[in-house]
Design a protein. Structure first.
Lengths: 476, 396
């Protein structure tokens, strides 16, 4: 064993300071900004931008920019994005000044109205031109706010997405998901602000904090690379006994993450686990294992870990990913994952259906199989060879339960299907080795408690034999 | 009125009485663990008799009533059902349909060939049609020439039904009537409104799964599948290589049929009685075994029900009762497979021993008492047809 010096502590890594600016545009954006500052933000500057002077005055930001002194004259944009845009154009110089000297710029805006929808895309463009990584946080209006507002919001979102590297989108309609139904409306809105603030802060922390396993600015860029992408974000925190699992569950439940569904299609996923000094390797392992179940094999997982004494007993997980707009559109049309895997190998299913029949040692099923082989004399050696080939396949790791229903159907209709299947397989099998000897299955067919009672045979299957045995599903 | 259910996991006797306002009051419930019964049918006569005797004695003590005759519930995979139509022409001189015609049409409906070894268990009226007019509920007294009626007929192997009756008679107890256990459960689990809307009752007991489907107030499909809680226990016992008793306990205490609900790697520690370190098993494995078996059973049931078009028209949904309905997550699994909302339920509208009434394991036996109540009161237009004579004649 390697003896560690008692006074060993990991060497302090000097973090390169990456300048971050958080820019809020419009009324909703300013509310979110106040929340962010309230929750405590270090190492980042905040800028408040609006047409309405009153809200600017009451904002807690240190740096404020008033848009469109002559266009809107200190009043709001009146819900008209064009006014917002004109106002932004007018104050273009000021905007550019504030956006200078930043490597990462977050733009928070509530879309649908005037300033947010009109000015935010322009500011994003300016930020992009200034050479920074631009991440947008946008909220979309409620459905009940009317079609016009929603259409304006969608248009603004599209324009924002053009200029920003990534946009995290939050629909107000999802507020219902976040807060208990009995909660007061102000609490519901507060929770929306909190979600945005959490997401902003965690990304800031991710970039700025030196971690045990470091995720940097470069990883963030990789994760959010695609243009026009929609960002998935999840944050969870827990301090209970089962904190690793709970934190991840919370993160995946986050409405911005869409319940972890779209995660399976993301190409890059960024995960940062932060905890106090009591965080153990096994907790991290559990967490990553569970996360691994939600993403596909193709996904690149960028993992970072931070030990932050200030977190104490809490363990927090941040999951960030992105979906490009094309992927998202494709996703809307394709059916969810499990059924797509089951369409992958219909051919296998038919053969797996053929293999178990001889094992059950009942007269009827085996009789079914034989005439089939005899009626296709040419394919007999191939069929015999295909059957043993199927048996190794059938001892695969657990098959998703949803497939079993289909397999049952396969068994009952195997008569019709096996014949054409044989012919299809023929060209492939021809070049393969000469017929092998059939592998005899040594699985004892027991019925346990039902040994001495009359078997229940339905649709050719003895239901007394345990289901998992008949379907060849591995249980330890 | 006493109902006796000879089940695979338990034998239970429910004593009830009919109140003047028409509700049912449960006076006492006696039960005894069942041995000698597999898949709802008696395989060991002597042992089963002893267990029934025990249960009856227990019921007598609890309800303070001398039990002389019982209604017996019948289950078993041999029970089959089908719908048939009977037709009777009213003689020319009469115009009105009378009670005799109604009885005749029932006999006519029963003239269907069933296997020689089978006997009719139930002929349940669904609807009458008078001269083509559909949906008549009570044709007696109506004018008409032609009376037709749709019946739902349940039949089963005569000797197996007689076995159950004989077991009770040797106790000695009189058998008032025999009822299909699924039907009995449905009487007490569904309200008339639910029957009218359309509902499916699935009673998953120890040995069998009984189902009855109501549509527009009448029984359309029914049957018995010989897969039950015992099969689940057997699967667990074989899958995890633990003895049956342990498997049963594990199923009851920790079993769930919902997959993916546990913390990865979560294990259950089975403590060994002898003091040795127990065995550790993964919760997900246990749940998988249970899930697979139940999924298969439900899918089988669904395929059977899909032979007729009623499954798509269930207004009230699916009601799951019986011992296995206590498995966590079974209603979600059923909802998922049938794509119809499923609810867990127990006997409704019965008063008395609350713990018994609310226990889904007793719904069949309580249903028997309810059936008895219905038989005692004036038979409503939707009565149940019976031919006890045919079955008993063989015995006497």
């Amino acid at each position: 064993m390697i003896q560690l010096n008692k006074n060993y502590s990991p060497p302090e890594r000097l973090a390169e300071f990456i300048p971050i600016k958080i820019v809020s545009v419009g009324g909703a954006g300013l509310n979110a900004l106040d929340r962010i500052v309230l929750d405590g933000l270090e190492r980042a500057d905040v800028v408040a931008i609006n047409t309405d002077v009153n809200s600017l005055t009451s904002s807690v930001a240190t740096r404020k920019v008033q848009l469109g002194r002559s266009v809107s004259r200190g009043l709001g944009a009146g819900g008209d994005p064009d006014v917002g845009y004109q106002a932004a154009l007018e104050s273009a110089e000021e905007i550019r000044e504030t956006l200078a000297d930043a490597s990462v710029i977050f733009i928070c805006a509530g879309l649908g109205g005037g300033t947010g929808s009109g000015a935010a895309p322009y500011i994003a463009q300016a930020a992009r031109e200034a050479g920074a990584l631009v991440i947008g946080f946008a909220t979309l209006p409620f459905g009940f706010e009317g079609k016009r507002r929603n259409v304006q919001a969608r248009e603004a979102l599209a324009r924002l997405s053009e200029f920003a590297h990534a946009v995290v989108c939050f629909e107000n309609d999802r507020l219902g998901d976040l807060s208990p139904p009995q909660a007061g409306i102000h609490q519901a809105f507060a929770i929306a602000d909190i979600t945005i603030s959490q997401s902003v802060r965690s990304i800031v922390n991710l970039i700025q904090q030196p971690g045990l396993i470091r995720i940097g600015f470069d990883d963030l860029l990789a994760a959010l690379q695609t243009r026009n992408s929609r960002c998935l974000f999840g944050y969870g925190e827990s301090d209970s006994d089962n904190r690793a699992h709970e934190a991840l569950t919370q993160a995946l439940k986050n409405p911005l993450m869409d319940r972890g569904r779209m995660l399976a299609d993301a190409t890059h996923v960024l995960v940062q686990v932060a905890g106090g000094p009591g965080m153990t390797l096994s907790e991290v392992e559990i967490l990553m294992q569970e996360l691994g179940r939600h993403v596909s094999d193709q996904t690149q997982i960028l993992f970072g870990a931070v030990v932050d004494a200030r977190l104490g007993d809490r363990l927090s997980v941040t999951v960030i990913s992105s979906l490009s707009a094309e992927d998202e559109a494709v996703l809307m049309q394709t059916p969810p994952a499990p059924t797509s895997t089951s369409t992958v190998s219909p051919a296998r299913e038919q053969y797996e259906a053929a293999a178990p029949e001889p094992e059950i040692q009942r007269e009827e099923p085996t009789v079914e199989v034989r005439p089939l082989e005899e009626t296709l004399p040419f394919e007999e050696p191939i069929a015999a060879e295909a059957a043993p080939q199927a048996t190794p396949i059938s001892i695969e790791p657990p098959v998703i339960p949803t497939r079993n229903g289909e397999r049952e159907h396969a068994m009952s209709s195997q008569q019709e299907k096996s014949a054409p299947r044989n012919e299809e397989k023929r060209p492939a099998e021809k070049s393969v080795t000469p017929p092998k000897q059939e592998v005899l299955q040594f699985e004892p067919v027991t019925r346990g408690r039902f040994e001495k009672s009359e078997p229940t045979i339905i649709e050719g299957e003895d239901l007394d034999v345990p289901t998992y045995l008949r379907k060849h599903i591995k249980v330890k | 009125m006493v109902g006796l259910e000879i089940g695979t996991s338990k034998i239970c006797v429910v004593v009830g009485e009919s109140r003047p306002d028409g509700t049912l009051k449960i006076l006492g419930v006696g039960q005894a663990p069942s041995r000698g019964v597999r898949k709802g049918e008696i395989v060991d006569f002597e042992t089963a008799m002893k267990c029934v005797h025990e249960a009856v004695v227990d019921a007598e003590q609890k309800s303070d009533v001398m039990i002389k005759s019982v209604y017996v519930a019948i289950a078993g995979s041999h029970l089959q059902s089908f719908n048939n139509r009977g037709c009777v022409m009213v003689p020319e001189d009469r115009e009105e349909i009378d009670e005799q015609d109604v009885a005749d049409v029932k006999i006519n409906a029963r003239e269907v060939s069933i296997p020689a070894q089978n006997a009719f268990l139930h002929s349940i009226i669904q609807h009458y049609q008078v001269d083509g007019q559909q949906g008549v509920l009570n044709p007696a007294g109506m004018f008409g020439q032609k009376l037709e009626a749709d019946f739902h007929i349940i039949h089963g192997v005569r000797t197996r039904i007689q076995n159950a009756i004989r077991c009770v008679k040797e106790l000695p107890l009189d058998v008032d009537d025999v009822v299909f256990s699924g039907l009995a459960s449905a009487q007490v689990v569904l309200t008339q409104q639910e029957k009218d809307l359309g509902a499916l009752v699935i009673d998953i007991g120890g040995g069998t799964t009984d189902y009855v489907l109501y549509s527009e107030g009448a029984v359309r499909q029914s049957g018995c599948l010989a897969v039950g809680g015992d099969h689940i226990t057997n699967d667990i016992s074989m899958g995890l290589r633990i003895p049956m008793a342990r498997a049963e306990k594990l199923k009851i205490e920790e079993g769930s049929c919902v997959l993916g609900n546990c913390f990865p790697g979560e294990t259950i520690l089975l403590k060994d009685d002898s003091g040795f370190a127990g065995k550790e098993i993964e919760r997900e494995t246990l749940n998988t075994i249970i899930h697979l078996r139940l999924r298969e059973a439900f899918e089988l049931l669904k395929r059977r029900l899909e032979e007729e078009p009623y499954l798509g028209y269930l207004g009230a949904g699916i009601f799951i009762t019986g011992g296995c309905s206590l498995l966590s997550g079974i209603d979600h699994l059923a909802s998922e497979i049938f794509e119809i909302p499923a609810n867990l339920t127990h006997a409704q509208a019965a008063w008395g021993v609350t713990s018994a009434v609310e226990n889904p394991q007793f719904s069949t036996a309580i249903g028997l008492v309810k059936f008895a109540q219905v038989m005692h009161t004036d038979r409503p237009a939707r009565g149940f047809g019976r031919i006890i004579g045919r079955i008993f004649s063989g015995k006497r």
